[in-house]
Design a protein around this ligand. Sequence first.
Ligand code: TRP
Length: 332
Amino acid sequence: MSRIFSGVQPTGNLHLGNYLGAIRNWVGLQENFECIFCIVDLHAITLPQDPEELRAHTREVTAVYIAAGIDPEKCIIFNQSMVPEHSELTWMLSCITPLGWLNRMTQFKAKAGKHRENAGLGLYAYPVLMAADILLYRATHVPVGDDQKQHLELARDIAGAFNQKYGVDYFPLPEPQILGAATRVMSLRDGSHKMSKSDDSDYSRLNMTDDADAIALKIRKARTDADPLPETPDGLANRAEAANLVEIYAALAETSVEEVCHKFAGKMFSEFKSELSDLAVARLGPIAREIGELKADPGYVDGILRSGTKRAGAIAKRHLHEIQDIVGLLRP
Ligand code: TRP
């Protein structure tokens, strides 16, 4: 059977890139797969977090999942730390993961920066925790963005190493799932940088919680050039900011960049931006409103996490027992 696992870290406001690149694509999966969507708070604490904010962001990501159309009846939605088996399996997998494999992880090098000696052990072990997330449910498919491909590759290697070491065929090797055309949403201020959590300029990214006025203002202020929209995508070469806005339009309208160029060829960006703004408000406005309503009802959100935890925990517990038996750990 196919089972999907994916996760998002509760580290700050989710932005349009998180939605178009990941969460929106998950909505279609829930009809055909058993889906487990996790808010990975244990990954978040590999870097310093304010406890109050961490709690708030965990609830907020849950609200975004639901507002974006992920159905908590069909899928399992829960936060990682509530199922302690994630941490337990991480330890067992750590014991069979060679340091050499972890030393190759480019994200660790980027996050640890220059002072690698000061980086936490958790940051280094991050990909093993991610492998445990996936393997604990014996997931077969993992929708991930480009930045997580190396970690997923490592999860496959760890699964293979476990199976080989113990002479079993226990863990399926999880497949990366590439969904639709990859939507890379870049900063509204600099089209060659990703829309990211660390952007300090408030106008550079659209947040999933932005109301209509904020969306309109940010799109109006988005940087462009003085040329009109081209007839074909070729005319967007070396025009990163312009290309980004056209791609965002195409993604929101669920059409191609070709179509968008065709539709707006010769128009100035001032006019295009007002169309883009209307579209973004129409698509994102209702989601932002529902996020707002869910935020006002933390009891409901917590209830979703609790029931997701029960369902995830039942699978996790059963699998962990099987793994303990394979490894040779006595159980109570
Ligand atoms: N590391 C992922 C990210 O930052 C989040 C994540 C944690 C994840 N565990 C996972 C994604 C398991 C997919 C599967 O985006």
